[in-house]
Design a protein around this ligand. Sequence first.
Ligand code: CP
Length: 305
Amino acid sequence: MRHLMSPMDLSVDELEELMNLAAKIEEDPKAYAHICDGKILATCFYEPSTRTRLSFESAMLRLGGQVLGFADADSSSAAKGESVGDTIRVVSSYADICAMRHPKEGAPLVASSKSLIPVINAGDGGHEHPTQTLTDLYTIYSLKGGIDHLTIGLCGDLKFGRTVHSLITALVRYTDITFVLISPEELRVPSYIRDDILSANNIPFTEVEKLEDAIPDLDILYMTRVQRERFFNEEDYLRMKGFYILDKEKMALARKDMLILHPLPRVNEISVEVDEDPRAVYFEQAKKGVYIRQALILDLLGLTK
Ligand code: CP
């Protein structure tokens, strides 16, 4: 039995297999419509979500399976003090696979150690969000035709953004990737990403503050939201919130084939006027999240064909 806690749980070859399977599902969804008949996915979400929870549920339903779960901690027995370990022991009797989101870093890992079914980390605090990374990689793979030889700008809250941490960790294994890390001083990537992942693997990267300086060189611009829920005080959040706003004027500086990705939700960091730009692929990215999660569910349940 396998769990998914981090993108590093999957080798580059395994990622390739998953993306190939996702592409087949995307091309011919009917061929996979009953492969999970009789299977149940539990979504245990202790923190808010739209895309991750609903795309997991959509993925299982589109495979012919069923879903159950809770969307916030207060509607579960966590509100009475139950541990994630006890919860997953019980959920193991009700479902065949579980996607869990939790505000505490490492909580899905603790759950996986007690679980009798595969557990997928659907986001743990400011730590990792591996299925968002699968979505991001699959989007790049589909729309750019591969993941090598790219200059990738990551912009916004690089300190608390778990999607950024997981994506960098996964991308350093590909060939000829250059990172441009665009953030205010206070929201730079944690030192473990800079030192233990980028520098330790000799990955070229620069850290800049101005988006306008970086955007002309990018193949991919990965925008992120400043995460209100991770700030200790509202004043700091409000100061940082309007730091980056991608608008038509900045897009005029970008390459014609640059893609804009965003894990969503967006607050104000991408102006809605950019949505009509063919380079804005963030809604397509959210859609592709369903196909890659279908592929992941099949893989973890041992149902790949
Ligand atoms: N991208 C993402 O994790 O979105 P949700 O918080 O809506 O699940």
